[in-house]
Design a protein around this ligand. Structure first.
Ligand code: ADP
Length: 377
């Protein structure tokens, strides 16, 4: 039995909000996601009011759970701090001592040029973003394998999973532990494959729906960048949230990026999205290190035959047209999917294979473009 948004709204309309009107008329609800019996939405209120709304959140969750056909329900209470107001009361964050509620962190403020807001991360020579115009194009897989390729070139590398809408680094690395804190109460990144790794997925439960608004995205990412003991790194690879909306733009403005790699599939649509990504980074003066075409062609796992099922060469052509480097083509191959999803990325698990060689070649081009920055550090 499928559950509709209207059914959810009808059940929420029966709940009275602290503002004296029905919850549905209180102007606090995010769009409702209802599919396959799974319902997610958030109640967005000012931080000062958050306590008063917690019981409403619980009530809303119970009301939706009672709708026949609902299997999972997640209602997030998201509190935003108004500029100049007091910080919201601390909320414990599921057993990770000392981890601030993400909304308690104020994004760095700064007027004038977007670059004025940025400050370097001590010990980290170059922060680079891996971005895509939309989800599902293999951005995270590329980010991790690129990080491993850079590692293979002898660099000290970290990976920050800033894809807070759907953090996939826990799945891609097999890491599930919660980071410990050092004496300065900074989180110590987890280590695997010789990388320092941090993901919002280490801090919140997997089933938790991530419904974030722009300022909160920035807060979460700022915390993961600056409240983490990254140590000395040549390159910190940031797996960005997909898309080119306000949240991404704010991120690109606030994180001291030395460059961005854009991942695209050959389909036109995602190339259009990739173009938007390019425009976004250019707007905030972040150099685009190049475009990677992922799922570029299908390579049969049995016979190795190549089929250009999506058409081919679109991203290379696009890169030429746009005047940015084309970094390489990664085939759609079973081994890449299987190793990624099993937590054994292909560059690490099959280092002598053809896919690892492709990622390393991409990493080589990225390293060459960052050479000056890394050497200076
Ligand atoms: P995104 O970060 O863009 O949402 P992911 O990296 O999570 O995408 O990849 C989405 C899915 O596609 C995953 O199951 C991943 O294993 C698979 N995938 C990514 N790149 C490839 C590839 N080149 N060949 C085969 N499968 C791939």
């Amino acid at each position: 039995m499928s559950v509709t948004q209207q059914q959810v709204l009808d059940s929420l309309a029966r709940i009275k909000s602290p503002r004296g009107v029905a919850l549905t008329n209180a102007n606090v609800l995010s769009p409702i996601s209802a599919s396959d019996g799974k319902v997610f939405f958030s109640i967005n209120v000012d931080a000062a009011e958050a306590r008063a709304w917690e019981s409403i959140r619980v009530e809303a969750e119970a009301a939706v759970r009672a709708i026949p056909g609902v299997t999972t329900v997640m209602v997030a209470l998201t509190a935003e701090r108004k500029p100049g107001s007091a910080p919201p009361p601390p909320t414990p964050s599921r057993g990770t001592p000392g981890v601030q509620p993400v909304h308690a962190h104020k994004p760095p403020q700064g007027g004038g040029s977007p670059m004025a807001r940025q400050s370097e991360i001590p010990g980290v020579a170059a922060v680079i973003a891996v971005a895509s115009g939309k989800g599902g194009v293999g951005k995270s897989t590329t980010a991790l394998n690129l990080a491993l390729g850079l590692r293979d070139l002898g660099l000290k590398v970290g990976l920050l999973d800033a894809d807070i809408y759907g953090p996939s680094v826990p799945r891609l690395t097999g890491l599930r532990d919660k980071p410990e804190l050092n004496n300065e109460r900074k989180m110590i990144p987890l280590r695997r494959f010789g990388l320092a790794i941090m993901s919002i997925g280490f801090l919140v439960e997997e089933e938790t729906a991530m419904i974030w608004r722009g300022p909160m995205v920035m807060s979460a990412v700022t915390q993961m960048l600056r409240d983490v003991e990254w140590g000395r790194l040549d390159v910190l690879v940031v797996d960005m949230p997909p898309g080119t909306g306000d949240a991404q733009l704010t991120l690109a403005q606030n994180v001291p990026l030395k460059g961005a790699v854009i991942v695209s599939t050959p389909q036109d649509l995602s190339l259009i999205d990739a173009r938007r990504g390019l425009a976004m980074f250019r707007k905030v003066n972040v150099p685009v290190l190049g475009i990677v075409e992922n799922m570029s062609y299908f390579q049969c796992p049995q016979c190795g035959t190549r089929s250009d099922i999506f058409g081919h060469g679109g991203a290379r052509h696009e890169a030429e047209k746009l005047g940015v480097p084309f970094l390489g083509e990664i085939p759609l191959h079973m081994a890449i999917r299987a190793t990624s999803d099993a937590g054994n990325p292909v560059v690490d698990s099959e280092p002598d294979g053809p896919h690892a060689a492709i990622y390393r070649a991409i990493a080589g081009q990225v390293r060459d473009q960052l050479k000056g920055v890394i050497a200076a550090a």
